[in-house]
Every structure is written in C-alpha cells, then in structure tokens.
Design a protein around this ligand. Structure first.
Ligand SMILES: Cc1ncc(C[n+]2csc(CCOP(=O)(O)OP(=O)(O)O)c2C)c(N)n1
Ligand SMILES: [Mg+2]
Length: 286
C-alpha cells in the first residue's frame, strides 16, 4: 500500500475500526423497525441508503483507477454529496429529475425502483465513454435514464434549473388542459445543483420564474435541491450564503437538511417532498 493513496489509508482505517468494534449491535435496528422512536425511517432505509453511499464512493475510486489505465476519461466525483441518496429514495422514479453532476447517490437510489437497471455498470460505461452507455452512447459522462425519468444534462452549471421549472409548470398545466401525461398527475420536478451554481443568472432567473408563477397561485411543483459543499472550484461560498439567501424568499419554502446525517436528511427531505407534492408549490432544500 502506498502511504500517498488516500483511499487506501481511509479503507485500512475503516476495516480496522470494524475489526476492533466492541459494542453490541443495536437490537432495534431490525429491517422494518424505525431507527428511533417516531422516526419515519426504518433500518432497511438506513442500510440501503448506506449501501448507495458506499457505492458512490467506490464509483469515484474506480473512475481514478480506470483513468490511470487510460480506460476512462471522467473523474469528477461525488465525494461529500452522498447524502443526496435520500432524495433519490424519497421521490418517485417517475418524478422528472434534472441533476447536478455530483448526484451519483441520487441515481443509485432511484435505480432501486427498476431492479433490471444496473446503475453501477451503467455509470462505469459512462465514465469509459462506451457506445453502450444507455443514455449518451459514449458522447459524454452524464446522469440520465429514460426509464428512471432522469433527463440528461450537460455540465453547464445551472442550465438544468429553467428546464426543471418549465417541466413543473408543464405537469400542472397539462392537468388543467386535460392532456394525458405519461407520469402521474401529482408528479413533481426534481432539480439538484451546487451552491456556487445558485449565483448563476440562469439559476436566479429560474428561481424568479418559479416564484413569479407561484405568487399568482399557479401550481409550480418543483423541488430545488442545493448540494451545498461550501465551495465552487477554488472559490469559497460565504458561510450561510445559501441559507440566508433562500430561507426567507416566499413563496419558495425552504428546508434545511444535513447531508452528513442520514436520519436528519431523511426526515427533512420527506417533509420537503410532501410539501412540494401536496402544495404544488416551489420548495428548496440544502
Ligand atoms: C455555465 C458554466 N460556467 C462555468 C462553468 C465552470 N464550472 C464548472 S464547475 C463550477 C463551479 C460549480 O460549483 P458548485 O455549483 O458549488 O458545484 P460543486 O462542483 O461544488 O458541486 C464552474 C464555475 C460551467 N461548467 N458552466
Ligand atoms: Mg459547491
């Protein structure tokens, strides 16, 4: 093992921690029981979410291994964004999704809805620019899937937000027009993006369009999910910038979740999704 390869150091420390584990496993963590009294989250939710979080880390690592062999060409990872697994689990796979390039955990969770899909395999195909990649046929590494209603995006930051708002308005409008949608009438549009992306004029225009429509009582069922890692490339986002900006901007309803705390993230995301789906109103969470 090289002392310079960080992933090996972390792996060794993790295995050593488990080997030396002395506490008894918590007996209430049976698959169907809540993780704590009154929690909507079960042991199975927790275990499967953790599995997706582990898979997203390993997909980052394999991208680097393959890159070193010149067998893959895209190494932008999802480290630190593992909490987004809860959004993939708590929305429906028929809710159209427009994703940030770090939303791997979301994809892995959403893929559970269609067991035939092997999202790990498909992601490696995409990293390798394989013509067998089912969504881009090797043109670009993108998150996307037709059966999972994930509309492929480029890495042009914030470009997904106007599309997500337009889709939310279209879902609501088609119901008013009596047009038959290929997805349930109470679908919501899901949109993830980074903290620095919120400063892009394209994002601000999309937030404004959603608020302008909602202010006039038009249904705009869009869930904005800011994956706030506190940085945009090398530029730090000022502390609390996203929260200060969006927590008091009606009619946008703001929810704050800690993506590093699965139980908290699960509970808050559940509320945000329920709010968006039942109120048909723009909601944002970080
Ligand atoms: C329209 C556009 N401008 C600039 C870039 C270059 N760019 C790539 S990532 C990035 C910063 C994104 O930061 P953030 O939204 O916080 O996402 P993170 O990578 O931190 O998850 C920028 C400016 C781009 N991809 N698209
Ligand atoms: Mg960021």
């Amino acid at each position: 093992m090289s002392k310079y390869i960080r992933s090996e150091i972390v792996d060794k420390a993790f295995v050593s921690l488990l080997k030396n584990w002395s506490e008894e496993p918590a007996d209430h963590l049976t698959p169907d029981a809540p993780v704590s009294d009154g929690s909507p989250m079960t042991g199975r939710d927790l275990l499967e979410l953790f599995e997706s979080q582990m898979a997203t880390r390993h997909l980052d690592l394999i991208a680097r291994v393959l890159r070193a062999k010149n067998a893959a060409f895209y190494t932008i990872g999802s480290a630190g964004h593992e909490g987004n697994a809860v959004v993939g689990r708590l929305t429906r796979h028929t809710d159209p999704a427009f994703l940030h390039y770090r939303s791997c955990a979301f994809m892995l969770e959403r893929a559970r809805f269609i067991p035939d899909i092997d999202m790990i395999y498909d992601t490696v195909l995409s990293q390798a620019a394989s013509k067998e990649d089912p969504i881009s046929n090797g043109r670009h590494k993108v998150w996307g899937s037709a059966p999972l209603w994930v509309l492929p995006q480029t890495s042009t930051i914030a470009s997904q937000l106007p599309k997500a708002v337009g889709t939310a308005i279209a879902i609501a409008r088609s119901k008013q027009l009596g047009s038959k949608l290929p997805i349930p009438n109470d679908s919501i549009s899901v949109c993830s993006f980074g903290d620095a992306s919120t400063n892009h004029s394209t994002a601000i225009g999309a937030f404004n369009a959603a608020r302008w429509a909602a202010f006039q009582k038009l249904p705009v069922p869009v869930l904005f999910v800011c994956e706030d890692n506190g940085i945009g490339i090398s530029v730090r986002t000022p502390t609390n910038w996203v929260e200060n900006n969006y927590s008091n901007w009606p009619p946008l309803t703001y929810f704050k979740a800690d993506g590093r705390d699965l139980i908290n993230a699960y509970e808050v995301t559940r509320q945000a999704v329920a709010h968006c789906r039942t109120q048909r109103s723009p909601s944002s969470s970080t």
